[in-house]
Write a protein that binds this ligand. Sequence first.
Ligand code: FES
Ligand code: FE
Length: 435
Amino acid sequence: SLPEVLGRFAPDCSSLPQTVFNDPEVLDAELARIFTRSWLFLAHESEVAVSGDYVTRRMGRDQVIVSRGEDGQIRVMRNACTHRGTLLCKATLGNTSHFMCPYHAWTFDNTGRLRGVPEARPAYGTFDKSSRDLRRARTEVYQGLVFATWDDDAEPLADFLGDFAWYLDALVGGDGAAWEVAGPPQRYTIKANWKLSCENFGGDGYHVPYAHRAPIEGGLFGTEDTGTGGPSGRVVWTPQGHTARVGYHPAGSGIPAYHGYPDEQRAEFAAKAKPEVFAVLENSDVLHGNVFPNLSFIQTVITYTGDEVEPTAFLALRLALPISPTETEMLNFALVPRNAPDAWKQKSVLACVRTHGAAAGLFESDDVDNFTAVTFTGDGAIAARTDLDYSMGARLPRPEPDDWPGPGESVPHDHSEYTHRAYYTTWLRHLREDA
Ligand code: FES
Ligand code: FE
């Protein structure tokens, strides 16, 4: 039962039951207590660039439309007809002023208002259309990232992100508007619990040299040790359960860092970003993390793209959407600076999909293989009584704070599980709240 599963967590989340990755009751509670209350990432602003643009997405398992109205506002509304519930919009993206239901042709404008009901007068007499508008979720945008929540009492997005906004600033060089999504996100389904990707991208430096040994030894990062995968990085976390891992190597370390971005774009970021934020873009060879609950990101640079040896930076956003306790739909968005030359954008997208794309990326296949295996080994009578170990770093003295400029809590060692514990501490707090 859910109380029994939650009761097995160590107080600091250094140990937790494996059934959190396959128990249907756990997913039901997550959907009710996390996915209806948290701010959830849905889309990048550039996907709905002009009025009428829309994409269809999910919040947890609820279908939604993200659309930009005539007024320029981005809104998020349920993608289900308020008459008898069929899927209103079947396309994944497009541009329209109205959505007409395929069942009985009720028609909604792209702000969610019910505008047309066939035979309204003879069939219904009087009909208060406004009582059947699409339910809207509160929507806010930060650095080009569109978030929404069903909770009208939720704190503003800025408070939900808290200090972690600094890391999102660093991710986009201080200027979210400078980026665009290169084509629609790749979508693929993995047979693994949704949290496994989030906890991994949230800060698991420990798996990199082992799980990803083949592409690293194959020279993806060049022949020199770039620091990626070594314990020289750091992990950071905030009280909201947002976490990251940063391979920060101040000038002079000889690593390629993000120098794979075209010079013009670096100059743009340097001009706009706060110096300490730009320094992260300039001096890190990897920044990956997770915004609680399910938006992960990774920015890094690979040296070998398969065609040529040249440092190429890329930025990917990845959304883990639960389908069932043991199945997850992944959306992988490749972001590129919108002013970069087209040929460079193509290289960056290739670097992205060849490492973290649609289940066949070199890193993605290594990772997903493990996420899938954690999920299926959990399916057994003994497995149901088994707890997993998340204690790395917990029994060691906490390293002294150093001169890292970023906010939040941080340790200058990325072979640790501080971020995993921070993620599950927030998760547990939500799951223990009343539904
Ligand atoms: Fe949409 Fe009937 S279900 S109009
Ligand atoms: Fe990995």
